[in-house]
Structure formats: structure tokens, C-alpha cells
Design a protein around this ligand. Structure first.
Ligand SMILES: [Zn+2]
Length: 265
């Protein structure tokens, strides 16, 4: 614990003032309601979203109706940013809000124009791309190699990281079944096992109460690997005082993405 859950989007915060100014007039603050679909697989991406708080999972759906989560992102990432790879680039996944929060939204065309103009924005997109590809790879390894109990514990920890430290997560068994790509009956069994370990205190009426320490013991090494690698690629910013971006420090240097991380003064 200890991670600030809502101190602004880490990609926007990393931009120097002049580069942020290319985006700022076009950024609109939107709320991300739990269970809202931000983008559906197959749809054209119209907007790029930079979450300031909350959590969004990327869901892969198969033609037979089965789904599985491939990544979860919060304020360290963006949704739709890879639209800069091509103007008619379709989303391959459905992005669903799992923990409500807020985001800054910008049209793809405005974002693309700023991306072409600013090396700092291109480096931010590159960092996000590396981070999301890293997560896809580790999640695919985890899905193939580790138990469903360890995987459920990992998703619960990823989501808990993106709350305000609230140990009660709003998650139905249906949602857990979709995230894990397993049947509801399996979810019930896995919850019983995690309850026996004390990692889940209770799970009823769509609310899952967790014990963070026990959950960390129950998960696989993938949780630490994914969290550590994400922080190396998209480091935590110095929380500043930019009035428009939830803790944005306009003076901060993009150099943090090249490894020269600025220390809090
Ligand atoms: Zn794993």
C-alpha cells in the first residue's frame, strides 16, 4: 500500500509545460462510472482517455462469448493512445471501468496533431506502449502457468492499487468470472479457498472485502513483477500543484522517461 491513487495521470504529469499546452485546451474532464464500457472491441477509437483515478480492464472476447482480462490500467496509462498508429485503428479489446474514477478525454484527431508536433508526447506514448506490452506478456504467462487462486489474488491486488486504499472492492462473481476467463462455479470455489487463507474476508452482494497482506501471500510473483516493471517504465511523478491536472507539476521534465528521474525536493 501507500501508492497515491488519485494524484493525476502520470503520463500527462510527465509532460513539460509547453508540450502539455498542446493538449490542455482540448482536454475534457470526464467521470468513469463503474462498469461503463469506455470502448468496445471493433469500434473505431474516437477519443483518448488519461485516467486520473480508478481502474479500467482490457477484456478480450472470443466468438463463443468467453472473455478474459488482458491488462488493467489506471492513472499510469491511457486508453486509445495507440490510435496514433493509424487513423482508422480499431480497438482489439473492450475497455471496462472496474473502479470508478475520473479521466481527461481528448479527440483522437487533436491528440494525433499534438503527437506529431511534440517529441515529449511521442516519448510518453512510447513509454505507455512498452508498459502495456509488458503487462500483456506477463498476464499471458500468468494465465498459462499459475493457479486460478493466484490469478484472482493478483487481479484483486491490481484493482486495490487503484482504489483509495478501500479494502472493500465492488466486484460481482460474474465480473470475476469475466476477468479470469473461468466459470462462475470456479469463482465460487476460488473465493472459498482465498477465504480459508484469510485473503478474502467476505464476498457477498457484489462486494469483496480483502486482507491485503494475506492476498499478497496468496498471489504469484507476477503481481510484483508487473507492478515493478510498470513503475520502472512509467515512474511516479513528484506530486506538484498544477491547477488543471490533479497534481500536475508543469515544470517537471520528461527526462524521467529516459531514466533521469527527478527526486522530490
Ligand atoms: Zn502469475
Amino acid at each position: 500500500m501507500g501508492r497515491p491513487a488519485s494524484a493525476g495521470n502520470r503520463l500527462l504529469t510527465a509532460l513539460p509545460a509547453a508540450d502539455l499546452a498542446l493538449l490542455a485546451p482540448h482536454l475534457q474532464k470526464v467521470s468513469l462510472e463503474q462498469d461503463a464500457v469506455v470502448i468496445r472491441a471493433g469500434d473505431r477509437r474516437d477519443h483518448v482517455y488519461f485516467p486520473h483515478s480508478g481502474a479500467i480492464s482490457f477484456m478480450l472476447g472470443l466468438p463463443n462469448g468467453e472473455t478474459i482480462a488482458t491488462a488493467v490500467i489506471g492513472r499510469e496509462g491511457a486508453i486509445g493512445a495507440l490510435s496514433v498508429l493509424g487513423p482508422s485503428f480499431m480497438s482489439s479489446v473492450t475497455a471496462v471501468v472496474r473502479v470508478g474514477g475520473t479521466a481527461s478525454q481528448i479527440s483522437v484527431s487533436r491528440f494525433h496533431a499534438a503527437y506529431m508536433e511534440s517529441g515529449a508526447i511521442r516519448r510518453v506514448v512510447e513509454a505507455h506502449t512498452r508498459s502495456i506490452l509488458m503487462q500483456f506478456q506477463h498476464v499471458s504467462g500468468c494465465n498459462g502457468l499459475h493457479s486460478v487462486e493466484a490469478r484472482m489474488a493478483r487481479w484483486l491486488l491490481h484493482l486495490h492499487d487503484r482504489t483509495e486504499g478501500n479494502n472493500i472492492l465492488s466486484l460481482t462473481q460474474e465480473t470475476l468470472s469475466q476477468l479470469l476467463g473461468v466459470r462462475r462455479t470456479t469463482v465460487t470455489q476460488v473465493i472459498a479457498k482465498l477465504r480459508a487463507l484469510g485473503a478474502i474476508r467476505s464476498a457477498r452482494r457484489g462486494l469483496v472485502e480483502i486482507d491485503r497482506t494475506r492476498l499478497e501471500e496468496a498471489t504469484c510473483e507476477c503481481y510484483d513483477i508487473i507492478r515493478g516493471a510498470t513503475d520502472r517504465i512509467v515512474p511516479h511523478e513528484v506530486v506538484g500543484s498544477h491547477p488543471h491536472f490533479d497534481g500536475h507539476d508543469a515544470a517537471q521534465e520528461i527526462a524521467m522517461f529516459s531514466g533521469k528521474r527527478r527526486r522530490p525536493s
